[in-house]
Design a protein around this ligand. Structure first.
Ligand code: ADP
Length: 182
């Protein structure tokens, strides 16, 4: 089962990815978490990414595409995976399609966590990450609307999009996800 979680920052992608991992025994892969780990470890990749992340900008496509290419080579992804926070641009989605075509394993579903801007601002106001200050959060939402939201149509056209109402309790959101996965 190859899944993608799509939605704005604060829509609950990480939370739902964790639940899906437990339920289906497949790894959740978060580019944001991988990048934060690289920063902590002080690697070259981490140093490259830091400025973009702190400003609420996207890290360059080739950097995250490289990360995902390596990660999907790991044996634990054989039976499936959940991508959380990737792809985030049309170029990333195209690169992912090319990668998965090579592996002969198309995406089964893109779970689009749909939620309004005010609900997001309320949720993100309660988090304590270095890129969760109000101005940076507002910028990350704008970046999402400009660069990531076009993926909604991209996947709708390909028939893989499943829209989920994400402005509900996390267990309710999870129940609607599993019902959509049939
Ligand atoms: P959120 O979903 O709350 O924005 P993430 O952990 O997914 O949090 O991402 C944090 C930051 O990491 C992003 O603002 C961006 O700078 C960087 N990042 C994560 N995934 C990607 C990606 N696929 N492409 C570019 N940048 C990314």
């Amino acid at each position: 089962m190859d899944l993608v979680l799509l939605g704005p920052p604060g829509s609950g992608k990480g939370t739902q990815a964790e639940r899906l991992t437990l339920a289906y025994q497949i790894p959740a892969i978060s580019t944001g978490e991988i990048l934060r780990a690289q920063r902590l470890a002080g690697t070259r990749l981490g140093r490259q990414a830091r400025g973009f992340m702190d400003r609420g900008e996207l890290v360059p496509d080739e950097v995250v595409i490289g990360i995902i290419g390596h990660r999907l080579d790991e044996p634990d992804t054989q039976t499936g995976f959940i991508l959380d926070g990737f792809p985030r641009t049309v170029a990333q989605a195209q690169a992912l399609d090319a990668l998965l075509a090579q592996l002969e394993r198309p995406i089964d579903a893109v779970l689009y966590l749909e939620i309004g801007r005010q609900a997001l601002l309320d949720r993100l106001g309660h988090r304590h990450r270095s890129d969760d200050q109000p101005e940076i959060v507002a910028h990350r939402i704008d970046v999402y609307l400009q660069q990531t939201a076009p993926l909604i149509d991209y996947y709708r056209e390909r028939g893989t999009l499943r829209a989920i109402d994400a402005d509900q309790a996390e267990e309710v959101v999870f129940a609607s996800i599993t019902s959509r996965l049939g």
